[in-house]
Design a binder for this molecule. Structure first.
Ligand code: ADP
Ligand code: ZN
Ligand code: ZN
Length: 734
């Protein structure tokens, strides 16, 4: 009789784009081996944790060379078949090794082999143990320590005990004496509701009601919905109504938010309105917190998972709805390694699971808008601000020939003065942190450059340093020119640090609050600053795009956009779209409550069609015009792009590899290649960077070309020395 072989095909975290074959571990019931389990396998000199993808009955590997897996880590698959097939799809689509995709989809601790089950071992005192007085067991120091801890609490987890210095042998000793016992609890079942008193929902406006009804009508089918609502129109209110319905059905929902979009206020609003534990997943969590949230979702205990990008891969017990808030936000796209778009994966996931997905934004991306206009997505507009608040008015300030005061036009200074006299708040927006973007020698023209990047160093006056915003290089602020010894060094251009100083000098009676990456490093700094502003006292806020996300500043009645001209002439395809989104989002911070708001836009190009269009017709019309331009040029969403990047010690090497790649796809019909060209930032952190842009009118043709490139790279020795990557649907062209 032939022996039936069982071969485990495993995805391991390695840059190789294939599965690896292993024999099952010795003494392992083969019928328990199903896809989605974690397995520990020997890999080169190391051991790695991989995911079992397939169980096969044959392999190409010679019998002598086939190794056995060391251990199967789970009893239940950690990925459902649905999630596994989503990951396989994503690995294909983004041309990324499956092992890397799988690793990204797991919390770090699970990747390291931690148990996926939500059961935790705890210790508690027995009745005999409880009878002991404080300070008992003096002769066994460690046991006395453990006892003292257990006397303080009903039970303590083994991990916590270990962290407090109590080791297993001492606990066992207590158990042998009959003083303490171990038991298992289900951590998730113990997850408390965060808020005891619940708020009742608001009465929806007719447009909000229609949006809710449209999605609930699709609860049992896949459909993509766009909720296009101006800032403050009540999109969050729509989400809350939908989530309440999902929870009432005993099911779960996933809510994706941008990287820094989750404010304590938003979370509190969710907790007060929803009668379910909410699992929060974002980059600020510890590994343990992340794992806890993941378990809470998988066990079905959390009705809502609220998370940033990677939360799109969370395992659920009963997923019924996905919401992507601020769907246009660039932080949904991962910029290194597995370069996925969480929004696009969310749509694919909803399709696979046959559930509805709601994309919300005041400034939808052109892709999404195109799908809504063409009828592929259902479009629910919210045209009015909720509760009767007025839309802000936009005014363009022509700064040509204007006698500027430190970068601010007279009209802007006047408006700031009258705003603070009225006791209102103002917001001054500039997307550049630091004091000045350039340090120049007035006598010889020397400019402070980053030694590792093709870029200038930014002056930070407060800390007396020069910083590279691309690689993090730091050096002391020089007082004399290194070339000519002159002391005539000048700071050129505005930064938020400088604006803060200028505004403090201009308006000494008004507090100036700066919000950017430099002033919010300290834990809770952002929260504290936002709280100061929310208290409603007059102030002037200065900040970068951190201000444009998530926060509501109801007492702000004036918004100043200091410098938007950069977005008008950038070579970056998406620059106009991004400028329109940013301007609209920042403007939307103004006058959200009873007070109406005014937005002043400083520009040297008051007649530029992008500006006049945006100001006169609003974002939607502006975006439709950009769509027309894209249609003509065949740019996304009408055509499809992929960017192949190479980073090397020399530009020649980087370009040489890309030239080889280009050669590999010359015969590919329907694909155009542009490049190799140096990247806009042609050197970063000492590496030279080049790009090859592939464009096609059909996705399939593009993917065939990318396949050829991957195949070529696996044979090409240069591809082992040069760091290269593929970025499908790129959003960042730098
Ligand atoms: P968005 O998410 O679109 O920015 P929000 O949902 O945060 O808007 O709503 C903005 C403000 O309007 C909030 O203070 C919210 O409580 C209020 N609001 C929303 N919907 C309603 C409604 N139907 N009735 C009364 N107030 C509402
Ligand atoms: Zn000089
Ligand atoms: Zn640098």
């Amino acid at each position: 009789m032939p022996v039936v072989t069982v071969i485990l095909r495993v995805a391991v975290p390695s840059p190789l784009r294939r599965l690896f074959d292993y024999l099952p571990p010795a003494a392992c019931a083969t019928e328990d081996l199903v896809p989605g389990l974690r397995v520990r396998v020997p890999f080169g000199q190391r051991e790695l944790i991989g995911i079992l993808i397939e169980v096969a009955d044959a392999t190409d590997i010679g019998a002598g060379q086939l190794k056995s897996a060391t251990e199967v880590l789970d009893r239940q698959p950690i990925f459902s078949l649905g999630l596994l097939s989503l990951l396989r799809w994503a690995a294909d689509y983004y041309h990324t090794p499956l092992g890397e995709c799988v690793a990204q989809a797991l919390p770090t601790l699970l990747r390291q082999g931690e148990s996926a089950s939500s059961r935790e071992t705890h210790w508690r005192l027995t009745i005999a143990g409880m009878a002991l007085p404080e300070g008992a067991l003096k002769r066994a120091k460690q046991q006395a320590h453990a006892l003292a801890l257990l006397q303080k609490q009903a039970s303590i987890s083994t991990d916590e005990l270990k962290a407090a210095g109590v080791e297993a042998p001492h606990l066992r000793a207590l158990a042998v004496k009959g003083l303490a016992e171990r038991f298992e609890i289900d951590v998730e079942m113990a997850a408390p509701l965060k808020s005891a008193h619940h708020e009742s929902p608001l009465q929806l406006s007719p447009e909000q009601g229609a949006a809710v009804a449209a999605v609930t009508a699709d609860f049992d089918t896949f459909r993509c919905h766009l909720l296009e609502g101006v800032t403050g129109s009540g999109k969050t209110e729509v989400y809350l109504h939908l989530l309440a319905q999902v929870i009432a059905r005993g099911e779960q929902a996933l809510v994706l938010i941008p990287e820094i979009g989750l404010t304590p206020q938003t979370l509190a609003r969710f907790q007060q309105r929803l009668q379910t534990p909410i699992a929060v997943l974002h980059s600020g969590l510890s590994d343990n917190e992340r794992l806890k949230a993941w378990r809470l979702a998988r066990s079905g205990r959390a009705g809502v998972v609220l998370g940033t990008r990677s939360a799109v891969f969370t395992a659920f017990a009963r997923l019924r709805l996905i919401i992507v808030d601020e769907e246009h936000d660039a932080s949904y796209k991962q910029q290194d390694g597995f370069r996925y778009s969480a929004r696009d994966i969310a749509i694919k996931r909803a399709a696979d699971e046959n559930i509805p997905i709601l994309l919300g934004s005041a400034t939808p991306s052109l892709e999404t808008l195109h799908n809504a206009l063409s009828g592929r997505y259902r479009h629910s507009p919210l045209r009015e601000r909720a509760a009767g608040a007025a839309q802000p008015t936009l005014d363009v300030i022509d700064i040509r020939h204007a006698p500027m005061r430190e970068g601010l036009a007279p009209a802007v200074v006047d408006a700031l003065a009258s705003t603070s006299q009225r006791g209102d708040q103002a917001l001054v927006f500039l997307n550049r942190r630091g004091f000045a973007p350039t340090l120049i020698c007035h006598d010889c023209g020397w400019i402070a450059q980053c030694p590792h990047c093709d870029t200038r160093l930014t002056v930070h006056v407060g800390e007396q340093r020069l910083r590279c915003h691309h690689c993090g290089h730091v050096k002391p602020l020089v007082k004399t020119c290194p070339d000519c010894r002159s002391t005539q060094l000048q700071f050129r251009g505005p930064g938020t640090e400088r604006l803060e100083m200028v505004l403090t000098a201009l308006f000494p009676q008004v507090p100036v609050v700066r919000i950017d990456r430099d002033t919010t490093q300290r834990k809770h700094a952002l929260r504290d600053k936002v709280a100061t502003v929310s208290a409603g006292q007059p102030c002037i806020l200065v900040g970068t795009q951190m201000l444009a996300k998530g926060h509501h500043f109801p007492d702000v009645t004036l918004v100043v956009m200091v410098d938007i001209d950069g977005g008008l002439f950038s070579a970056d395809l998406r620059a106009p779209e991004r400028m329109g989104q940013l301007l609209t989002q920042v403007a939307g911070r103004a006058g959200r409550a009873e007070k109406s708001g005014r937005v002043l836009i400083q520009t040297h190009y008051p007649d530029h069609p992008l500006i006049t269009g945006l100001v006169r017709d609003g974002y939607h019309a502006f975006a439709c015009r950009l769509l027309d331009e894209r249609r003509i040029s065949g740019a996304p969403p009408f055509g499809f792009f992929a960017l192949v990047r190479a980073d090397a010690r020399s530009l020649t090497e980087a370009e040489q590899l890309l030239a080889e790649f280009r050669q590999a796809v010359t015969t590919q019909a329907g694909v155009q290649a542009l490049g190799p060209l140096p990247a806009p930032l042609s050197r970063r952190a000492g590496m030279y960077r080049a790009q090859l842009l592939l464009t096609a009118m059909q996705r399939a043709a593009l993917h065939r070309a990318l396949h050829k490139i991957v195949e070529h790279a696996e044979r090409e020795p240069l591809a082992r020395r040069v760091k290269w990557s593929i970025d499908v649907d790129p959003v960042d062209f730098s």
